[in-house]
Design a protein around this ligand. Structure first.
Ligand code: NAP
Length: 262
């Protein structure tokens, strides 16, 4: 006997993903991959509102709902107000929870360990460690049970390249936080993972990996697959890690670097 669902059954609601730093680079690319996979999107930007609106236009073109909100992840005092804005977006959409949080936003600082200033260290800590920690905390009541959190780290947390001591220290911290979140949020069915990209051609770090031929060639030479990463190499992995059916992956660090610095 077949067990077809009744034809009147409502289609399940589309998942909603919140991607920080969705205006450019990896966040933009991930948002587009998620939209193609069927997600609705809440995107944040810090200053590039025009770019963020352009991403939103592309997402609407794919037939998905999207909201664009300003957010500075270095400003933890703003997180309660940001959560209120997210709640309003969800209410407009007839929802009270979103499903997937991608902690992606961030900038880089390149400085030798001996020359790194306390101001640089503090800025990186606010953006890459304190920001995701307390933003996730502020958004927790709005994340659906059974949802997912993806924290963006870096290959630099596994291997050491001179000039990234402070940045990579923060990324190492987010990898530890990922395991703690997975442990504590498991009771709500929320899975939490780290995605660690290798060097990717974006505006990151002034666009050095993309625009400096010497750096680009060095990265390619240190990568098993013989080239530098492109945003699509990461956006596709974000979508895969948030796809229906992959929620049993939990508390893992997944590196997408083409096999860099093996
Ligand atoms: P990107 O092209 O420079 O884009 C950075 C994004 O983050 C933009 O949307 C930007 O917003 C936003 N942002 C920057 N500072 C912010 C802040 N204080 N508050 C809120 N948003 C902020 O960089 P990306 O390559 O996409 O990097 C994204 C993430 O991947 C970062 O966490 C980075 O550490 C990580 N990552 C990058 C690479 C790489 O090689 N590209 C490798 C490993 C890991 P605006 O557009 O408004 O400025």
């Amino acid at each position: 006997m077949s067990s077809q669902p009744p034809s009147s059954a409502a289609a399940p609601a589309a998942p909603i993903a919140l991607v920080t730093g969705g205006s450019r680079g990896l966040g933009r690319n991930a948002a587009l991959h998620l939209a193609r996979q069927g997600s609705e999107l809440i995107l944040t930007y810090r200053s590039a509102v025009t770019e963020a609106e352009a991403v939103a236009t592309d997402i609407r073109g794919l037939g998905r709902r999207v909201a664009v909100l300003p957010l500075d992840v270095a400003d933890s005092a703003s997180f309660a107000g940001f959560a209120d804005r997210v709640r309003e977006v969800l209410a407009d959409w007839g929802r009270d929870r979103f499903d997937h949080l991608v902690n992606n936003a961030g900038t880089g600082v390149h400085a030798p360990f001996a020359a790194t200033t306390e101001a640089q260290f503090d800025e990186l800590a606010r953006i890459h460690l304190k920001g995701p920690f307390f933003l996730t905390q502020a958004l927790l009541p709005l994340i659906a049970d059974g949802g997912r959190i993806l924290n963006i780290s870096s290959g630099l947390a596994r291997f050491a390249l001179p000039g990234y001591a402070a940045y990579a220290t923060m990324k190492g911290g987010i990898e530890v936080l990922t395991r703690y979140l997975a442990r504590e949020l498991g009771e709500r069915g929320i899975s939490v993972n780290t995605l660690a990209p290798g060097a990717i051609e974006t505006d990151f770090g002034g666009g050095t990996v993309r625009d400096n031929a010497e750096v680009n060639a060095f990265v390619a030479s240190q990568t098993a697959l013989g080239r530098v990463g492109l945003p699509d190499d990461i956006g596709a992995v974000v979508a895969a890690l948030l796809a229906p059916g992959t929620g049993w992956i939990n508390a893992q660090r997944i590196e997408a670097s083409g096999g860099m610095m093996l």
